[in-house]
Design a protein around this ligand. Structure first.
Ligand SMILES: N[C@@H](CCC(=O)N[C@@H](CS)C(=O)NCC(=O)O)C(=O)O
Length: 204
């Protein structure tokens, strides 16, 4: 399987999941401005949606959308516990968080990345994000990860999008549980390996 990704983008979430699951993928870096991949391909031919992440399966099929790719990868390594068993309430709890991270946090950041978003709307977007961060901080109180003390794909996704508070200069220091969560995830061997491979940490 091959993951098309861009350093620090939402494609970091499947990269972390692959590392945590012990799956050996190949990687191709996408320049999101030129839509060329490091391997020399025209990315718009690979994913007409034009965005990362894309997972190319061994049979040549293409899977898109963070939420689908992280579940697919985790299900390839069921013993990893990254995705609880099909039919269990625990699985629906993880799905509940994936939905929240995707629609409330990931897409909450989107206007901040767009150069044509009016400044007044950026202020509203940051306010909305802070409301969500308050909820997250409460949800993380007393345990290590979103659904308890086991790391799941939802945590990989949340960690990935919350990293964007740094370039967006959003201060998280009032959210002590989120700050502790970010440090905890960054220290996990799988997440740490993915961060290094994307050039987001100094090489070991
Ligand atoms: N709905 C998509 C959104 C993916 C997305 O927002 N990708 C961004 C990077 S985080 C991207 O590639 N943007 C470039 C573009 O849209 O041209 C998903 O959940 O996978």
């Amino acid at each position: 399987m091959k993951l098309f990704h861009s350093p620090g983008a939402c494609s970091l979430a499947p990269h972390i999941v692959a590392r945590e699951a012990g799956l050996s993928l190949t990687y191709d870096k996408v320049d999101l401005k030129s839509h060329k991949t490091q391997g020399g391909a025209d990315f718009t031919q690979i994913n007409p949606k034009g965005y990362v992440p894309v997972l190319e399966l061994d049979n040549g099929e293409i899977l898109t959308e963070v939420s689908a790719i992280i579940q697919y990868l985790a299900d390839k390594a069921p013993d990893s516990g990254l995705m609880p068993a099909v039919g269990s309430l625990e699985r629906y709890r993880v799905l509940e968080w994936i939905g929240f991270v995707s629609t409330e946090i990931h897409k909450g950041f989107s206007p901040l990345f767009k150069p044509d978003t009016p400044e007044a709307y950026k202020t509203i977007a940051v306010k909305n994000l802070n409301r969500r961060f308050g909820l997250l901080d409460k949800a993380l109180a007393g345990h290590h990860y979103l659904t308890g003390d086991r790391f799941t794909v939802a945590d990989a996704y949340l960690f990935t999008v919350l990293r964007w508070t740094v370039p967006m200069q959003i201060d998280l220091s009032d959210y002590k549980n989120i700050v502790a969560f970010m440090a905890r995830v960054a220290e996990r061997p799988g997440a740490n390996a993915a961060l290094r491979e994307e050039g987001l940490l100094p090489a070991a």
